[in-house]
Structures are given as C-alpha cells and as structure tokens.
Design a protein around this ligand. Structure first.
Ligand code: ADP
Ligand code: MG
Length: 437
C-alpha cells in the first residue's frame, strides 16, 4: 500500500481538485488485479473541518467521519475507558484483599494511571454503576500511595464487579465501528471514497475530544484498517496539514505539494509552506530516530513499528518521496522564476543541498475553465479534456514511480520539456493553441 498526501499551503489552490482527478488517473493506469476487483484506489477526504469530496462527486458513504467520530467518542472510547477502569479497580481490590502487596509493580502502574487518566470525557451516567465510578474519580487525589487505597474501600465495597463484567461484555461486540460502512465505491469511477460531508469539528464536544490522544489513536487505528485494503490511497489533505492527524501525515510514503502559480503572493506562500513542511518532516524524522516522539506521535509510531518493524518505518520516513505539482499555470514561462525563487529560498535556509535532488517535479496543471466547470457540475475533469488528462496522467505516473522525474536540481529547460511533453501528446489536434502555452 502506498499513501500519497496531496497537500498545500491554503484553501482554494486545487488540492481537492487534483486529489479527485489523480485518483481517477491512477485507477485507469493501474492494471486491474482481476476483473472483479478493480477497487484498488481510495480517495480519502482528510478535511475534518470542511469535507467536500462526497458532495463534489455526489457520492455518499453510508456513514461519514462524523458518525465514525460519534461511534468512537461515544462507544469505543467509552468502552476502552471502562475496560481500563475495570482492570485498575481489580488490582486495587486484590491489594485490599491482601492478594498482592504494596510493592507490586502493576499496582504502582494502576495507581499512577488512576491518578492521571482523563475522565472528563467519560459519560458516567450512561453506564450502570457510573455514579460509583464517578465517586472514585472524585476521591482519587487522596490516594497517593497503596496504603491510601483503604480510603476507597467504602466505595469499592458497593461496586458489583460481576455486574461490571457483564456491562463490558454487553458492549464488547458492538463498540467497534464497521469499516465497510464508511467506504463508498463509486461504480462510475472505479475508486472508493472515504470521508464525509458534515464537518466533524463543527460540534463543540468534538472540538474538545479531538485533542484526546486516546481517541485520536482509535481514529488512526480505524483509518489504518481501511487504508490497508487499497494499493493506493490519495489523501486530500487540508491546508497546512491536519494538526490532529499529523501522526498520519508523518508516516506516509509520498507527498505531493500543490504549488499555486496564480499570482505572486500565492507563489511566495507556496514556497514558505514547502519549507515549513520540510522543517516539520525533519523534526519528526529526527525525533523518531532518537526515540523522542511524544504523545500521539509516539503511540502511533509504536504501533507502526510493531506492525512493520522499526527498519521499515525508518526507511519509509527516510525515503519519503517529495514532489511538486504546479497548479493554475497560465503560461509555462511562469515556472522558471518560481523555481528560481524556491531554490534561492531553500538555499538561504541551507536546505537546497539536501533537497535539490530529492524534490521531484511531478507535474503541472494549467489554469483551465473546464476544471471549474466540471467541478461545479460534480464531475471529474479528467475524462473531459484530453490535454488535461495528459497532465493528470503525468502526476499519476509519478506516483506509480514510472521513470525518472526532473528534480529541483534539473536545468529549467529539462523541467519545462518534461512538463510540456504531455501537452503535445494530449493536444495533438490542437497544436496551434498549445504553442502559446
Ligand atoms: N487549474 C485550475 N484551473 C481552474 N480552476 C481551478 C484549477 N485548480 C482548481 N481550480 C478551482 O479552484 C477552486 C478551488 O479548488 P479546490 O480543489 O477546492 O482547492 P482546495 O482543495 O485547495 O481548497 C475550485 O473551484 C476549482 O474548480
Ligand atoms: Mg479542498
């Protein structure tokens, strides 16, 4: 599986447009595994604030991310919390019954967990005996050492552990989301989409919850299960990355940076954002190597290491492919000055040497009215205009790792020749028009 993030500095520069059409191009270029299963590409709307893909394509999964979030927050997360709580209390009771002593390592761990875990989001009233659990939490500051556990005895004595176990059992089977419900395979385009149309972060309680590492980890777990089913996953990544899902962004294989050529300010913004991205990537890679990741990043990385091995994760970080797509290009003459600016900027920051061979130029999409028109009609431009098709195919071929791409280090004329070739192929009948591009 390869995960590709299409990312860019701000809204309105074409990330979603390029994600959708690149997914279509990839789907067409990949040979189907067999006739029945050509479902190898997944397009994934990572925008938690303003998801747009499902309405753009007028295609709606049974359940959106909003539902996923609800399920995780209100069910899975709650049950996980409850399960932890049960284990902690069991230890406490063993101690009070004299079955383990005060030096027990697990008891110390449970005590620390009990004192620190975040109970704010737990819905005490939703569960039988929730009031007793709440009382325990209210008393927890008094419990500093194992001997203080006797203070909890009156509450613990009232707690029916058999009933507690029954509650856990009852919820066990239906607390985990069914991933199929969140995927929609689009017959017309032969790829799947994942995402939703309701902004998850529109709800205040969700905005609060999204900062909970435990919950985000569950979220990433579910996403991981879905992503594994596909050969290629295209992430439509909202402006500036996704703060809350940055752990996901950090471990993906390829990043395609949308470089907005529509005006000078956009060009400067794109350059700056590309540099910030590199900075962030370097920090993450370094922290991973030094075992200094913290919080969600750490937890997520640990899971990946457990799954694939440390070396594989390290390699995928080290070899992360970085590419640029120029979008909204009115004329290819705009490209060399932007490249010059980008090189100079990276050079000033001592990054050019490291990245000049690494940052590939993977494609270019002209500013074209067909794009806007088809977008507004909820359709792909990919199959509507041959010239544009060529450009998107070029991006998709880069993702497939076809042949060598020019890099930031290539002479401008090679870069331009590469970007223009597709015009000639695509527009063989419209040579007159293409000559002016
Ligand atoms: N190359 C292009 N030519 C013409 N219109 C474009 C081009 N790229 C994007 N657009 C238009 O710009 C608007 C914003 O694009 P979108 O993909 O939604 O941006 P983002 O996802 O970065 O916010 C859309 O209306 C889209 O049709
Ligand atoms: Mg978008």
């Amino acid at each position: 599986m390869a995960v590709v993030s299409i990312i860019g500095p701000k809204g309105g520069i074409g990330k979603t447009t390029l994600s959708i059409n690149t997914a279509a191009a990839l789907t067409r270029l990949l040979p189907p595994r067999d006739k029945k299963s050509d479902n190898r590409v997944c397009l994934f709307d990572l925008d938690l604030r303003l998801p747009t893909i499902s309405s753009l394509l007028d295609s709606h999964p049974n359940k959106s991310f909003y539902d996923l979030f609800e399920t995780l927050a209100n069910k899975t997360w709650q049950i996980d919390f409850l399960r932890n709580f049960y284990q902690i209390i069991s230890r406490f009771q063993w101690f009070l019954e004299g079955r383990i002593d005060a030096g027990d390592e697990n008891l110390a761990r449970c005590l620390a967990h009990f004192r620190n875990f975040n109970a704010e989001l737990f819905l005490f009233t939703e569960f039988p005996q929730g009031d007793l659990l709440h009382e325990l939490i209210l008393d927890r500051n008094r419990v500093l050492a194992p001997k203080d556990l006797t203070l909890l005895r009156p509450i613990l004595d009232r707690l029916d552990m058999d009933a507690f176990r029954q509650t856990l059992k009852r919820h066990e089977n239906n607390s985990w989301p069914i991933v199929e419900e969140f995927i929609k395979y689009i017959e017309e385009y032969h790829f799947s989409i994942l995402g939703g149309e309701i902004p998850i972060l529109g709800k205040k309680a969700h905005r609060k919850r999204i900062n909970e590492p435990e919950l985000l980890l569950l979220f990433l777990d579910v996403l991981g299960k879905v992503l594994k089913r596909y050969d290629y996953v295209i992430l439509d990544t909202p402006a500036g990355g996704v703060h809350h899902l940055s752990s996901l962004i950090n471990v993906i294989d390829q990043v395609i940076f949308v470089f907005d050529l529509s005006n000078n300010i956009a060009v400067n913004g794109s350059i700056d954002a590309l540099h910030s991205f590199i900075d962030y990537y370097e920090d993450f890679y370094q922290d991973f190597q030094d075992h200094k990741l913290t919080g969600l990043d750490k937890a997520h990385a640990q899971r990946l290491v457990a799954e694939r091995g440390e070396e594989a994760v390290l390699n995928s970080l080290k070899n992360k492919k970085l590419g640029i797509v120029f979008n909204r290009c009115q004329n290819t003459r705009e490209i060399p000055p932007s490249l010059k600016k980008l090189r100079e900027y990276l050079d000033t920051l001592d990054k050019l040497e490291t990245y000049k061979d690494r940052i590939q130029i993977v494609g270019m999409v002209p500013h074209h009215k067909v794009i806007n028109i088809t977008n507004n009609r909820g359709a792909l431009f990919y199959n509507k205009d041959q010239g544009l098709t060529g450009h998107v195919d070029q991006i998709a071929q880069s993702i497939l790792g076809a042949d060598a791409r020019p890099t930031l280090n290539s002479p401008d004329k090679d870069i331009l020749r590469f970007l223009k070739i597709q015009n000639w192929l695509g527009f063989s009948k419209k040579l007159g028009r293409i000559a002016s591009i």
